[in-house]
Design a binder for this molecule. Structure first.
Ligand code: SF4
Length: 454
């Protein structure tokens, strides 16, 4: 399918080919699905909303509920006030959520709808809430939409009572439900009382019960979001996704914040646990030391098959940075590292990793696309591709082993239930990566080298 991609790299400024990102409202919708009994609402045309729901449903293999203002040609001329008023009334009457989280789309941003004033004038039923954020899709990516929606919730709901609740707010960033469960498990083992916001576990990995629940049992509650202003501190897991939400809580309510790397791989998980230890003043339990020791043992055992193999990584910035760190711990060479999200801090952070591990000749780029990556691979091939489903055509065209990770993974099952964070998540990723490399080794080996024991 991509066999005709040219090798010659030409400078492009105003053109993206196979973008390594999705538009902002997808992130806003996923964030809102992590709030208890919340209906995400797309203020724009039905087509945008359908696309955003579809990509989330295909990744999570779960229904992603959301409503739309259903813009028409007339709305584009006269504005969307009457549409949102009718929509909010209908949603509370028919679907009965506790809260509606409205995000904008390209169209409502372009016509300049002032959602803040529309919501102020709305007739909202007692005990119900409507919040909003702006998600213009012609800037940023789904990661911007995700943290913009977090800030929308916090701007409307957070309070400070004056009494510290002693809890630590955890902003997990854009991760799968399996990762959220692992993050919460680590916090519980370290004795840290947390509010995790947002929290899609229970919602986007709901069990089959034989009965459809529009609002499955999960999500950060409105009361918990209100209480964020009373927390003793906030930890943002993922420096790029969480910098603005952490700053908001610091500036608005003087909650001391700290940004950490997404806890992927040995080093970044160590840093997360050390921070939890600092909060709880508890020793790391021996069971976690055992998990770490098993991971390090696995790194040593598999080293012969991973050392100096070249890998190309792509996806969301914090996830890719964490996976790059894990690849370096495995002895892999992260030859190409890209994200489509336009955040230059990403390149600075990944370059710091290259320096720490003395990785020579590696390239990192933010605001890049998969066409860039494919052309680089054509000029200097890699041994492994690590990223989202959107890399599968490159893997096929260049005959490269491919390990799926990040968002979206549209063509595999079960991945959202399993973590990539923590020592357990790293063990899983090391297994997947080493398996892919060893499978290729066996496929390419001659009969006399085709061994039962490797
Ligand atoms: S029009 Fe804008 S908001 Fe709608 S799907 Fe396209 S990029 Fe996303």
């Amino acid at each position: 399918m991509l066999d005709l991609t040219r090798k010659e790299v030409l400078e492009r400024k105003a053109l993206r080919i196979n973008p390594c990102k999705i538009c902002q409202p997808v992130g806003a919708m996923y964030c809102a699905l992590g709030v208890e009994r919340c209906m995400p609402h797309s203020h724009g045309s039905q087509g945008c909303c359908s696309y955003h729901r579809t990509v989330l449903s295909r990744h999570f293999k779960e229904p992603a509920i959301a409503a739309s203002s259903s813009f028409t040609e007339g709305t584009s001329v006269f504005g969307g006030r009457s549409n949102i008023n009718t929509a909010v009334k209908n949603i509370f009457d028919i679907y009965n959520p506790d809260i509606i989280a409205v995000h904008t789309t390209c169209l409502s941003e372009t016509i300049g709808d002032d959602l803040g004033s529309y919501i102020l004038d709305m007739d909202i039923p007692d005990g119900k809430l409507v919040v909003h954020c702006n998600t213009p899709s012609y800037v940023g990516s789904h990661i911007n939409g995700f943290f913009n929606m977090m800030m929308g919730f916090m701007n409307y709901l957070t309070k400070k009572s004056g009494t510290c609740n002693g809890k630590t707010a955890i902003f997990p960033g854009w991760v799968n439900p399996g990762d959220l469960r692992e993050i919460k498990r680590l916090c519980a083992m370290m004795g840290v009382d947390i509010i995790c916001f947002p929290d899609q576990s229970g919602v986007m990995d709901a069990p089959m019960t034989g009965k459809y629940e529009m609002y499955p049992n999960g999500g950060t509650s409105v009361a918990q979001i209100r209480a964020l202003g009373d927390c003793a501190g906030v930890l943002g897991l993922g420096e790029i996704t969480n910098v603005e939400p952490v700053q908001l809580l610091e500036k608005k309510w003087k909650v001391p914040g700290k940004l950490l790397k997404a806890p992927i791989g040995v080093r970044f998980t160590d840093e997360f646990l050390m921070e939890l230890q600092h909060v709880s003043k508890q020793e790391v339990p021996s069971s976690l030391e055992t998990e770490r020791g098993q991971l390090v043992d696995l790194l040593l055992d598999s080293h012969a098959y991973t050392f100096q193999k070249k890998v190309a990584l792509f996806g969301d910035p914090d996830t890719v940075e964490g996976l790059t760190s894990l690849c370096l711990e495995m002895g892999l060479t992260p030859k190409y590292v890209i994200t489509g999200t336009p955040k230059e801090d990403f390149a600075r952070n990944v370059n710091a990793l290259f320096e720490r591990y003395h990785a020579e000749g590696c390239v990192v780029k933010a605001n890049a696309d998969l066409f860039d990556l494919h052309q680089w691979i054509k000029n200097e091939p890699v041994d492994l591709l690590l990223g989202t489903t959107y890399g599968k055509q490159i893997a096929k065209a260049e005959d490269i082993p491919f390990v799926r990770a990040g968002f979206p993974v549209l063509d595999r099952y079960g991945h959202t239930l399993q973590p990539i964070v923590g020592y357990r998540g790293a063990i899983r990723m090391v297994e997947k990566i080493t398996d892919a490399l060893m499978t290729r080794l066996e496929r390419d080996s001659s009969d006399e080298d085709f061994e039962i024991v490797l």
